[in-house]
Ligand binder design. Sequence first.
Ligand code: ZN
Length: 560
Amino acid sequence: MKITEQFLKKILVSPSLISEKDFDLIKKKALAEKKSLINAILDQGLIFDEQLGRLIADEIQLPFVNLQKTKIKKDILNIIPEIVARQQETIAFEKSQEGLKVALSDPENIELREFIERKTGEKVLPYYATEKDIKETLKCYKREIKEVFDELINKALEELKKTVKAESLPIIKMVDLILSYGYENRASDIHFEPYQKKTILRYRIDGILYDVLTLPETIHEFLISRIKILADLRTDIHEAAQDGHFSFSFPDEKADIRVSIVPIEEGEKAVLRLLSERARRFDLEGLGVGNKETEIIGKNIKKSWGMTLVSGPTGCGKTTTLYAILKILNTREVNICTIEDPVEYDIEGVNQIQVNPKTGLNFSKGLKAIIRQDPNIIMVGEIRDEETSKLAINAAMTGHLVLSTFHATDAATTIPRLLEMGAESFLISTTLNLIIAQRLVRKICSKCIESYEISPEKIAQLLGKDLVLKLPRTKEGKILLFRGRGCSLCYKTGYLGRTGIFEALEIKEPIKKLIIEKATADQIKNKAQELGMRTMIEDGLKKAEKGITTLEEILRATKE
Ligand SMILES: [Zn+2]
């Protein structure tokens, strides 16, 4: 049964659970955000999933079940094979004398009922469950990774007694499983760390390393061999570092996996980076850039020449921001060339060169080569020395749009740091269009988010008096903020996912003047704020106010 707009209107607007006006607003929002109407209604928070589910069930005269609150036995769940359950959005949840109770999100799916009856010989008793509930419950099919691994390890040990090679099936399965499990858990990196008597498998999820499994040391070298085979590396070399990559098909996408193997005292340590498209949506909004900053960036990258820098410490997401900008600029009419270390993503239609220390190809040499390729837009992975800074400024001067990253604590500090590197103040003031600075902060887990009140005095202690004024007060004069309580979804951390906090310093006339006068970072920052720049902390506070991140995260991130 398709749950149509009319159907929802009938069960929500007629009994005035939602006003007609709200309903129409939500409808527009759903359309604009390309969401299903049901999800848009739920997101609005006017009604809970279970409430809505019960209303739908009543209307179609089926009993309702909340699967999340139902204890489902493994053998009952497994009556419907996982693949069928996923495709048809159905869960078998209980067996009674009368038959098999099956939750469906589409109760009119007669074929499915017949299929189950044929297969099990049981009468199907249909229940209605919401799509969201069923999707959550589908996760029950996965066994604990430890359980699956114990089995595989035993098989592998058995097999390794007979043949000694990495192509043995249990080893292949183990590596596949480690990758799939990492992907499902949104790991960005997977570490295989050898110790004297064991190997520890770690996943980096949202920037934090979690120990996932301890494996017997006898298996370690076979896992490493298997990874080497996948990445086309030498399996007979154990004493040298090796890099490579391979692609792996996950259910949702084919992702590139970058492999780095380094010999350490206890053996070879492998780190796999999952370069999943899903994990990185290359658009500014998805990265957390606010409307105001997006507008400033848009305006400045439209200029035909000059330089845009993204500043911050290592690992703050600078390169991802550059990719997002390149994606905007990447049209047929322009010639874009990059020199990167390493090339993290292949962008169609862009000439990407990778720094290669073996052949002496560094940023400055690469940049010289690129300029001969008649580009309109040049991206230099990083400006980290005088020669590269001079070449980049020169390229910007001669009519190219240059994008790069720079190591500095904030936007204003970038300018004195460039001067220290030996760049001419006059040239900087002429060529710089924009400096973006950023940090990554963890997002509050949406499943266990809660609000709390904090006094303005307490915040003033943490942030200083000026910033407190920017936060709205409750009637009692307190400030409302958010945090995650910690739940199973977020590994009890209260955080899930990351986003950026940004500042965008436009190099307008008064700033140019300060650059030529070799003003300090503070002077530049003050002037920029006077001209309307929102600092990273201010952007962070906006995100804290909206319940996206916590005050602690902003403080932690901006302390670097
Ligand atoms: Zn949580």
